[in-house]
Design a protein around this ligand. Structure first.
Ligand SMILES: [Zn+2]
Length: 136
């Protein structure tokens, strides 16, 4: 069985949003910097006053790799699969490490448009991304 997300005090908003089918990041209150992954302070300015912010779930492939050997047997049926760093549209440099699903790994290119989708996993919903080649 694949690992199940384990929400904690810092990440609970992210997993709660995912259960609703939304992608959320942490916004710092002083400046509105968007942060991912969730943390106790803003990675840009260090502010500790953060609030959840729902984002569009749209972005571009910033970088990616193709996994051809499963180091966890629960992922063996998925090989080969794509791990991607997706830059979200809302802020340059706001990236999320994720999987691209429902895609031929050989067809993925840096810059491809993507959008969020959600994988049900043992009572939680895991944000993943799919190609959105129709998007500008
Ligand atoms: Zn900030």
């Amino acid at each position: 069985m694949k690992p199940r997300p384990v929400p904690d005090d810092v990440t609970d908003f992210y997993w709660t949003a995912a259960r609703r089918g939304e992608l959320a990041v942490a916004a710092c209150l002083p400046h509105g910097h968007l942060n991912f992954p969730p943390d106790i302070s803003c990675a840009v300015c260090g502010a500790r006053d953060l609030e959840p912010r729902t984002v569009s779930g749209r972005g571009r492939v910033y970088s990616f790799t193709v996994v051809r050997q499963a180091f966890d047997t629960s992922f063996a049926p998925d090989v080969p699969y794509v791990i991607a760093l997706v830059e979200l549209d809302e802020q340059p440099g706001l990236t999320i490490l994720t999987n691209l699903v429902d895609v031929d790994p050989e067809s993925v290119a840096i810059g491809d448009r993507v959008r969020v989708t959600f994988e049900d996993r043992d009572g939680e919903r895991l944000p993943q991304f799919i190609l959105d080649r129709g998007a500008p």
